[in-house]
Design a binder for this molecule. Structure first.
Ligand code: PSV
Ligand code: MN
Length: 408
């Protein structure tokens, strides 16, 4: 069993001069899971209901707590305000989260669902709509204060669907003005994350289409505003690790929304399609951190809502894959890489990276997890626990079949 292969873990670590630092980094990795990843979701064509899915905020917190209990590295849960607090702010959430062994992470305002956002939120030509969007974000800052959240995570569905529909520059100016207003209300303990996306739901232009636009808005807002990279929000073949390297170098990388995709923003499990891409992203981060001699402040968050995989299992699988890929990047022989680069030994440099990527890090993950007092293989442990069947039964008894339930 790879996760319990102690000899393989020892061999991996013995070969590294920085073995202790590798183990510490693996223990300290923190991955935030999304509340919306526990609720029933689907595609725009329909939903396939799961009896074990979370119907209420309490159940979402319970599920995030279970993921943290098994994974050991998911101490926070991101909240999507309108989906989680449909009746307005609820201060009891913070205590219930604690009871579940977790804390509230990023606060995600929702300025895309209301009818008034048909033509946008911060970019909308209609002042009333813009005001409503700004007010909602200001309310989210207040909610964040109550929840002791460190992040206000902003994503906008804004854009236009047809050429000529609106002035691209006027929309840019409206955005700057609104972002500044929200930023001004944030406490200094809070970081504003600005997410970009090249298309969807707007299909001619998106107001924050790429990292450069997010960077400019963040710079205009203030020093505690950074760029959020959602791995699914890029055109196919885009070099995401280069974006990450540049943002790190400019001290503008705030966080990630992790997911994988085959075509567009597909919400697939991280690393299920292209694990080498995620490895290369982590490689840039670890290379930066090791050169600086200290960790970068990056919010690692999952943004996946699975429609056919069981939610908790999918989240545990995601976190395990992330841990493994992070470990692979930690195993890169930095000196060998630097030397090969200095010699312009292209093959040698690439083989150094590939060697680390091809290493089976499951024994190392198992070893670290056991040191943390956890079972070596989180997913296997969960799958044999009977938890999924238990909550399915309990939740159906409480709420009825998911197809009849009112989703909160
Ligand atoms: C939009 O596609 C996005 O990536 C944003 O982060 C949203 O907040 C999230 O998905 C949930 O819909
Ligand atoms: Mn996202």
């Amino acid at each position: 069993m790879p996760y319990t292969d102690a000899a393989a873990a020892k061999k991996l670590l013995d070969a590294r001069p920085n073995a202790d630092a590798i183990v510490t980094a693996l223990k300290n990795l923190a991955i935030e899971t999304p509340s919306w990843g526990y609720a029933d979701t689907g595609t725009r064509f329909g939903k396939f209901h799961q009896p074990a899915c979370a119907r209420t905020m309490k159940e979402k917190l319970e599920d995030a707590g279970v993921v943290h209990k098994y994974a050991g590295i998911c101490p926070t849960v991101a909240t999507h305000v309108l989906w989680d607090f449909p009746n307005g702010p609820d201060a009891t959430v913070i205590d219930y989260a604690k009871k579940c062994g977790i804390e509230i992470g990023a606060i995600n305002p929702n300025v895309f669902q209301d009818q008034c956002y048909k033509f946008g939120s911060f970019g909308n030509p209609n002042e009333t709509s813009r005001k409503q969007a700004v007010q909602h974000c200001l309310d989210c800052v207040e909610l964040g204060k109550t929840m002791q959240s460190k992040y206000l995570s902003l994503w906008f569905a804004d854009g236009t669907n047809y050429p000529g529909q609106d002035s691209i520059r006027a929309r840019k100016h409206r955005f700057t003005e609104a972002l500044k207003k929200v930023y001004a209300a944030m406490p200094t303990s809070m970081t504003m994350l600005i997410e970009y996306k090249p298309f969807e739901p707007a299909f001619y232009h998106t107001d924050i289409a790429d990292w450069g636009m997010a960077y400019i808005f963040a710079k205009q807002a203030g020093p505690n505003a950074k760029v959020l990279v959602d791995t699914g929000h890029h055109y196919l073949s885009q070099n995401i690790e280069q974006i990450v390297a540049w943002l790190l170098d400019e001290d503008m990388l705030g966080g990630f929304h992790f997911n994988d995709r085959r075509y567009a923003d597909d919400d697939l499990t991280l690393g299920s399609i292209d694990p080498y891409q995620i490895f290369r992203i982590f490689n840039e981060i670890i290379s930066f951190e090791q050169e600086r001699g200290k960790p970068a402040t990056i919010a690692y968050m999952v943004d996946q809502s699975h429609c056919i995989k069981p939610k908790i299992e999918a989240m545990l699988q995601t976190v395990d894959i992330t841990h493994q890929l992070f470990a692979k990047a930690l195993l890169v022989d930095r000196k060998a890489l630097r030397d090969a680069q200095a010699r312009t030994d292209v093959v040698g440099a690439e083989e150094t990276l590939r060697g680390a990527f091809l290493t089976d890090t499951r024994p190392l993950i198992g070893y670290v997890r056991q040191q943390m007092g956890l079972a070596p293989d989180a997913l296997a442990e969960y799958r044999t626990s009977g938890h999924e069947a238990r909550i399915a039964k309990e939740r159906e008894a409480q709420h009825g079949s998911p197809s009849d339930a009112a989703y909160a």
